[in-house]
Design a protein around this ligand. Sequence first.
Ligand code: SF4
Ligand code: SF4
Length: 204
Amino acid sequence: MNTIQFGIEVIDENCTGCYRCERACPTEAIVMVGPKTAAVAVVDHEKCIACMRCIDACDDDALRSINRDEPALNDVDLSHVDHEAVKDMCRAADMSPSHLICPCAGRSAQEVAAAILQGAGTYEELSLRIGVQSGCLMYCSVPLRRLLLAGTGDARTDSKVRRYASDQSLMDINPELDARYPLFNVGLEQQWRLNEIAEADVDL
Ligand code: SF4
Ligand code: SF4
């Protein structure tokens, strides 16, 4: 369970209308309001998971974090889902249920599958429900795509956040690729670490 303690406030006079925050927000909590060349960012607090990707994206000091009046929670209850359906979805996505797919939010394949079964059918809805894509978007994009395809038959990539329509993930890097690109910052070492974490988890 993740507790969301913060929200985002826009400092209107600093906002230059560059759209960077809108393109960084995994839940589509930010929309640009106004004429295209003079728009200002507006935050829907109900959709904000306090990932701070927007603050990282803003070069103009136009966003700041604020305390929420009431903390919000995002979670999925594994005791209320069909475990066989979760396993089937993970199998169809070629993943172990305990495979850690979003290290930033600490979410496993079985939690994503459960959230899909409970109605989260898009990247944005998954992000809002269980906090995936709340950090780097490097590790989770492809596993999320595989699980969405397995669970809903669809994984649209027309959202403002850039995602890749590829099925390759960190777990597909082989020794030959790892040796060929030694300076690339993901490889067999990170794969090994993820497997260690997954093995420490308890399967359904
Ligand atoms: S990134 Fe900052 S300056 Fe650009 S639109 Fe968002 S709030 Fe405004
Ligand atoms: S903190 Fe995250 S979820 Fe909230 S508005 Fe910024 S990018 Fe969107």
